[in-house]
Design a protein around this ligand. Sequence first.
Ligand code: HEM
Length: 457
Amino acid sequence: MSILLVRNVQSNILRYHNRKYARFVFISFDKIAKATAVKDWVGTILKDFQITSEATGLKDYKNFKKKKPNNGRILSLHFSAKGFRKMGFKKTDDGLPKDSAFWEGMEARGPSLNDPDKKNWEPDYKKNMEAMVLIADDSISVIEDTMSALDKSLHEKKIGEIIFYENAISKKNDSNHNIEQFGYRDGLTQPVFWNKERLLQDKWNLVLDNNRGGSYLVFRKLEQNVKLFNEKVKAMSKQIQLPESYVGARVIGRYKDGVHLEDGSYPPVKNPDPKRPTNFDEDPDGMKCPFHSHSRKMHAATYDEKQRMIVRRGVTYDDRIDKKDPEPEKGVGLLFLCYQASIENQFETLQSKWANNPDYPQKHTGIDPLIGQTDNITKRPARRVGYNTAKESLQLNGTVTLKGGAYFYAPGIPFLKDIKSYPRKDNFNSGYNIGSVGFGILSSFSSVNGNSGGFNY
Ligand code: HEM
């Protein structure tokens, strides 16, 4: 039963793939390509390229525990709504995913997220993104070879082309932990979908589309201006006479090494553990970790908020020409990726109702310092930055900029296998009727990418 379940879900959704290199390959189908030809091509991908499922994730975990290498190349296939339309599908069709945000697309939903105008996006992201293939491996040549073969399969069948790709690089700190471009440890707080004893299927509703074993993916290229971020933090540190590390921690909610702000200062606890689950019960007034910090703004504390948790699979990118520049102003950032069961209830709620809302979680909190988007400076109320000091406002606008993105869907593997039979009435009795499982109380949500969880099968 468990094997059947994990075999139905594409990889990197329930567990981070943890490969050294990853490439996101964006595909546009030929205008004259027929729906049946695109569906045939999906068959080719399944047969010749082997789409990896979460069964690989389970095996990886076992190998990880035994200090053995992982199970090789990962490949997963995603479609945008444009791609689905190309295959002749529409939202109202039987057996198709129903999320409205997905069918409308990121560009159309942009105004409700306060996103910058698409005319300011990178030219590649203005192209017709219809499919996206994730290829990941520990060897870059495996990725290159796979992409060439993919390109060949599109040309041979005359159905489309690769329009561009993004390379992910895992930026690490001295302790070999994943960090984002401002230098902070990232990927710490995540929902967990299996633990040592069992698959936590009751939580899978967070990430898997009801009944289909598929998941929605939000992809956003977020450029980070490291120089500007450091300058602003430095200036504030001088102004309020408190260490830069502390000012930065009040922006993120954690220190660079991931230690929770409320564990690391005034007074520091012994042996603070970055992996401990976030819990603000001891800090109800935000005196230790301010409400405006990114981690606190984005933290799901209540039962209702926990239903909105996303699975973050973001990775850093580095397109700099001068790779030695320690404080780049552009060319570096985060390829923000998150999987979820509903884009509207999860990512869009986090972005528009939490990050962009100056009155969340408390009145006059201010928008999220990193990702809050507003065209109105008065929506950035003065925030406390220093300990017990009022009104110093650290304006971080311009440090993170959306350069493009799209909404995708990673179908369940049975759907891909049977794609030619869709649209059709779903009759999922093959053991992955996840929709019938209730949420239950969601607990133990904290994990570190690739290093936690466990399972028996
Ligand atoms: C360049 C952009 C971003 C940077 C540099 C960034 C950085 C970070 C860092 C350093 C953490 C703390 C470590 C951790 O818990 O994993 C974090 C947590 C988090 N971020 Fe971001 N992030 C970015 C964009 C986003 C976006 C776009 C969203 C969603 C709309 C988001 C949602 C979250 C969530 C849900 C958490 C966990 C909060 C918690 O419960 O503790 N982040 N981020």
